[in-house]
Design a protein around this ligand. Structure first.
Ligand code: FES
Length: 159
């Protein structure tokens, strides 16, 4: 019989913003091809990676996400011409802000994953979950546990 410990295994909650045209179909294809990836991710479909404002990532972290992955098309495949490039530029600034706020930079990640690259999607999700597991719960989550719970409208990540 396994030894009981007081500390439950940490299962991170990772929010994935996935582009409708590339990364979201990659996640779908992974399922169709019976490739398993950890159930720690909550995928939010967006029309373009460029539509994901840095404030969306910060909001996810504020609400207790342990990590956030922003995933979209390769530059040449972006359906909105410059969306992926814009996202790449925004991400550099986002990384700086996240560090200033006291989060480890490994809690966020940006990837360019086409619809055909579903094995890459699975690999990235597994890497991200392992990486965030090593970091432990989000510092925000730890503070929330000290001061109380979210309001009813802010419990979306708890589902
Ligand atoms: S349409 Fe996919 S990143 Fe722009």
């Amino acid at each position: 019989m396994p030894k009981k410990t007081n500390k439950p295994d940490f299962e991170p909650r990772i929010v994935v913003f996935a582009c409708n045209w590339c990364s979201y179909p990659a996640a779908d294809s992974a399922g169709i091809n019976r490739m398993q990836y950890p159930p720690n991710v909550r995928i939010i479909r967006t029309m373009c990676m460029g539509r994901v404002n840095p404030s969306h990532v910060l909001k996810a972290l504020e609400l207790g996400a342990d990590g956030v992955l922003v995933s979209g098309c390769h530059f040449a495949d972006c359906h909105y011409s410059f969306g992926a490039r814009k996202a790449a530029e925004q991400y550099k600034r986002l990384e700086a802000v996240v560090r200033i706020l006291g989060f480890e930079k490994e809690r966020i990640r940006q990837e360019f994953i086409s619809a055909a690259e579903f094995p890459k999607f699975v690999k990235v999700v597994k890497q991200m979950v392992d990486q965030v597991k090593k970091l432990g719960p989000s510092p925000v989550k730890k503070q929330i546990e000290k001061i109380g719970t979210f309001s009813k409208t802010e419990t979306a990540l708890e589902a």
